[in-house]
Design a protein around this ligand. Structure first.
Ligand code: GDP
Length: 444
């Protein structure tokens, strides 16, 4: 899981402040030292770490936080805000041309995920804006690259322009854009060549393509797993191409966080999207604030709701968020959600987006395989209507009956009811937009 080590260390760093009515200078210094080490260990650029720690410390001192109410919570809040700032504050949308087509050029090292991301982006534009994109196969050096893009194109039903491997990439890009104009495509996405390392020949070629088609957007695709190297790569590409945005891929892997936290600060270029899986639908807009709360392990309610919305009906998602807000989420809803979630992907990933769940030891112990979901459903199905809507009535004898009915051990029934209660409380607190999510984290 991405950021796991960083999340744990940041939480531990701040835990020492927990419950302190007053935080002394030396407490603060000790915490900041831990935060600094946590960030360095996560491979965050040292300059970024230095600035970050300095700002947090100044804010903690400056606003008389240390003497105020709940100093520890205020410090968590400051850390959260500064993490957000480091990553860019607001989501930055794609640039758009005044006259179609908008030209998007993908760039990046080999294996970073350019071809995959080109396809994901085409699908996103198609689904969300009803757009008609054209993909251009402009990597002529790796023969498989053209086939790969064509396969992607077929999969998402988007046309791919290719002139094979014998035509100059600058020419291919130009003719592809011409084709798009004729066919009234509103977006052109150019999949360019990569190399294992930055070299002059590659950079020359990319600059020539840039000069020839004047893209509205030059997206640099960066593999988040590569940490500090990602930052060096980004600087290299940016120097020559003056990119307009970054896509961080493979955030579904166990990246330590260095790339996500350093790239914006070092290159001054916004991260626009994140790739979070190999499927064509696994591309998301990058929201710095949500990423910050994910890094802090506060879960990510908004992303969860958005994912929910994407995967199923908006109306249903709306009902779900209302239920969470009104605290009327019951076991029937829980089973509905389990059914939906089974369509969506691994449950532990989804659960981690729920505030308070990221570091829940019970989640760590829980083995989230699909069979377990079926067991959870069996437990709920063995409840009466009254028990499903009003879990408070679930006394020991009812629980024993449910265990017998579902064929599950009583401990499992108890654990599930307890987790459900915790989940409900946390969802409700955070949905009210107060600081309880953080408070919970501090007190967990
Ligand atoms: P390119 O050489 O830059 O065009 O890279 P590709 O698009 O061929 O991707 C390289 C590998 O990374 C492929 O196996 C992709 O499936 C994989 N990949 C790309 N993006 C992601 C992502 O967000 N998550 C995961 N897990 N894999 C990805």
């Amino acid at each position: 899981m991405a950021f796991e080590g960083l999340t744990e260390r940041l939480q531990n760093a701040m835990k020492t402040l927990r419950g302190k009515g007053k935080v002394s200078q030396s407490d603060l210094r000790a915490t900041m030292r831990e935060i600094r080490l946590a960030l360095l260990e996560a491979d965050v650029n040292f300059q970024v770490v230095r600035d970050f720690v300095k700002t947090v410390e100044e804010r903690a001192n400056g606003a008389k936080v240390l003497e105020g109410l709940n100093p520890s919570q205020q410090i968590v809040k400051i850390v959260d805000e500064e993490l957000t700032k480091t990553m860019g504050e607001e989501a930055v949308p794609l640039n758009k041309a005044e006259k179609i087509p908008t030209i998007i050029m993908m760039s990046g090292l080999q294996g970073a995920g350019k071809t995959t991301t080109a396809g994901k982006l085409a699908l996103k534009l198609k689904n969300e804006q009803n757009a008609r994109p054209l993909l251009i196969a402009d990597d002529i050096y790796r023969p498989a690259a053209i086939d790969q893009l064509q396969t992607v194109g077929q999969q998402i039903d988007v046309p791919v322009f290719s002139l094979g491997t014998d035509v100059d990439p600058v020419e291919i890009a130009k003719r592809g854009v011409e084709q798009a104009k004729q066919d009234h495509n509103d977006y052109v996405i150019i999949d360019t060549a990569g190399r294992l390392q930055i070299d002059e020949k590659l950079m020359d070629e990319l600059s020539h393509i840039k000069d020839a088609v004047e893209p509205n957007e030059i997206l640099l695709v960066i593999d988040a797993m590569t940490g500090q190297n990602a930052v060096a790569t980004a600087e290299g590409f940016n120097k020559t191409l003056d990119v307009t945005g970054v896509v961080l891929t493979k955030l579904d892997g166990d990246t330590r966080g260095g790339a996500a936290l350093s790239i914006r600060a070092v290159t001054q270029k916004p991260i626009k999207f994140v790739g979070q899986g190999e499927k064509m639908s696994d591309l998301d807009v990058f929201y710095p604030d949500r990423m910050a709360s994910r890094i802090l392990g506060m879960g990510d309610m908004l992303s969860l709701i958005e994912k929910t919305q994407k995967e199923y009906d908006e109306k249903q998602a709306q009902e779900l968020s209302e239920k969470i807000q009104e605290n009327t989420f019951d076991f029937n809803d829980f089973v509905d959600q389990l059914n939906q979630i089974q369509k969506m992907g691994p449950l532990d990933e989804i659960m981690k987006m729920i505030p308070g769940m990221a570091n829940n030891p019970q989640l760590k112990n829980a083995n989230m395989d699909p069979k377990d979901m079926d067991h959870l459903k069996a437990i709920v199905y063995s409840m009466t209507d009254q028990e499903r809507t009003d879990p408070d009535v679930l006394n020991p004898s009812r629980r024993r009956r449910i265990a017998r009915g579902s064929g599950r051990p009583i401990q499992e029934v108890n654990r599930m009811i307890k987790q459900f209660g915790q989940m409900k409380t946390m969802m409700n607190k955070v949905s009210k937009g107060n600081m309880s999510g953080m408070e919970n984290m501090m007190n967990s």
